[in-house]
Design a protein around this ligand. Structure first.
Ligand code: OOG
Ligand code: MG
Length: 257
């Protein structure tokens, strides 16, 4: 089976919202490099159909997330224009078994590239930081995968929403920002920015390093999701999800069929 054929298969299951058996159970010897090559081919299918690349996302950057999915390594994925929610409402149609997680997003005014990037470089290139929620939706049955499977599936990316208020990168100590996620008023998850590699800025550093290995970069105007601060929670029709970022604001996401 060619990498292109595997990408086509994952694409078909994404578009049809049908769960898939793990590719690692069906194809022997796939490496992490193969998985990113499949991800690249998958994204090309969306771009060819008129979608646009608007940024990147880091995944599995916190211990809570790594333990919940049994993969102990940070990964990245592509963010497409079609993934951004313009209002805090999530329709479940077109999704398989979505989960929601709180994240800090960075938006950039300057290009960032190179293996030797530092946190200082990231601050200088950052236009603003924004509270965000990511909707992940693994295409694999039971949300169960290995490192290779999840990378090939564009790191489970489905949708994301950015809070309408952006902040100066210097306004908050992002590692100390507390997050409380509730469903219909009941607390589901709590955490702090430090869960993300010690500080969300370090996730951007890692993102730039990983991109530099494939000759890619964070371009001006791009957004980067730095990774779930807590475990992700399953959502269902009628759920009212609230994610409060201490001092930064509260996102209310309504879930409907
Ligand atoms: C993989 C995607 C992880 C994050 O923020 O950690 C991710 C998954 O958990 O399905 O987006
Ligand atoms: Mg995420």
């Amino acid at each position: 089976m060619s990498l292109d054929a595997i990408a086509e298969e994952i694409h078909r299951h994404q578009v049809n919202a049908q769960a898939l058996e793990k590719i690692t159970e069906r194809y022997e010897g796939l490496t992490v490099a193969d998985a990113y090559a499949i991800q690249q081919r998958l994204i090309h299918r969306y771009l060819a159909a008129g979608d646009a690349l608007i940024g990147w996302k880091m995944g599995l950057t916190s211990k809570a997330k790594q333990q919940s999915v049994g993969v102990e390594e940070a990964i990245y994925g592509h963010l497409l224009k079609s993934m951004e929610l313009s209002s805090p409402e999530l329709s479940l149609s077109g999704l398989i078994h979505p989960r929601i997680e709180p994240e800090i997003a960075f938006v950039f005014k300057r290009r960032l590239a190179g293996e030797d990037v530092t946190a200082r470089d990231v601050w200088l290139a950052t236009e603003c930081v924004v509270p965000a929620v990511e909707v992940i939706d693994s295409r694999y049955r039971n949300f169960s995968f290995t490192l290779v499977d999840v990378i090939a599936d564009n790191a489970s990316s489905a949708k994301f929403y950015l809070f309408p208020q952006a902040y100066s990168p210097y306004q908050f100590a992002l590692n100390q920002v507390g997050v409380v996620m509730t469903r219909n008023g009941a607390v589901e998850q709590t955490g702090a920015g430090a869960a993300v590699l010690g500080h969300p800025v370090l996730s951007v550093v890692e993102q730039v390093r990983m991109l530099s290995r494939i000759g890619r970069a964070i371009e001006p105007g791009m957004v980067v999701l730095t990774g779930g601060i807590t475990e992700a929670i399953h959502v269902h029709d009628g759920d009212d999800i609230s994610v409060a970022f201490d001092g930064m604001g509260e996102i209310h996401l309504m879930i409907h069929a």
